[in-house]
Design a protein around this ligand. Structure first.
Ligand SMILES: [Zn+2]
Length: 210
């Protein structure tokens, strides 16, 4: 699984949990960052075999620290704790849990795509559904997941601010026939939109300073 991992990041992002999208992008690929580092250090092992699977030539035959089930659970808990600690008062327990689950989602999606090379513990009891052996199917799943994630992202985030703007436009005096009710609702819409705008700016500043 490659781009499909990012679907989880898009789907998990919402205005309620206030987790920056870039944090979720890192979270969903966190296990692969660990894996790449450990491979470079010679701790985990990788070889290239032509035709290993239809979708990948990489045979990662020894990766117990980054890609075993137990390892993934430990890294997920670690990421949730780091996020909670790092963001301190700003991060709710719920947000930290989402970050942890985003990290763990990597293992679940790898389990679908990988051949039987994901150990449950250490380098034992290897599992994997092997979707990489079906290139078209795997590619289709990745695209579908990514599209689904982006749709959810837009549903959770973009549509809310659009709704505030739509409210303003619909309540414009000339757009609503100068009715007394529309005029009375307009200041409420304006206040709501301004609150949302200043909230976005504050969040942006916070993200810049962290
Ligand atoms: Zn992976």
């Amino acid at each position: 699984m490659f781009v499909g991992h990012y679907s989880v990041a898009f789907a998990a992002k919402s205005e309620q949990n206030r987790i920056p999208l870039w944090v979720l992008f890192i979270a969903v690929q966190f296990l692969d960052y660990i894996w790449a580092t450990l491979v470079l250090l010679g701790i985990e092992k990788l070889r290239v075999i032509k035709g290993f699977t239809a979708g990948s030539m990489l045979d990662s035959y020894y990766h117990p620290y980054s890609h075993s089930l137990v390892g993934a659970l430990i890294w997920s808990a670690f990421a949730a704790l780091v996020y909670k600690k790092f963001w301190q008062a700003k991060a709710s327990n719920w947000a930290a849990l989402i970050v942890g689950l985003a990290v763990f989602s990597h293992w679940i999606l790898d389990f679908i795509a990988h051949p039987r090379d994901l150990a449950i513990y250490d380098n034992k009891w290897k599992v994997g559904l092997g979707l990489w052996n079906y290139r078209g199917l795997e590619f289709g799943l990745e695209v579908a997941l990514l599209a689904g994630g982006i749709v959810l992202y837009l549903a959770w985030n973009a549509t809310r601010s659009c709704r505030a703007r739509r409210c303003l436009i619909a309540r414009l005096p000339w757009a609503s026939g100068f009715s007394t009710r529309s005029l009375s609702l307009w200041p409420t819409c304006l206040r709501r939109a301004r609150r949302r705008e200043s909230w976005t700016i504050i969040r942006g500043r916070n993200a810049d300073t962290i």
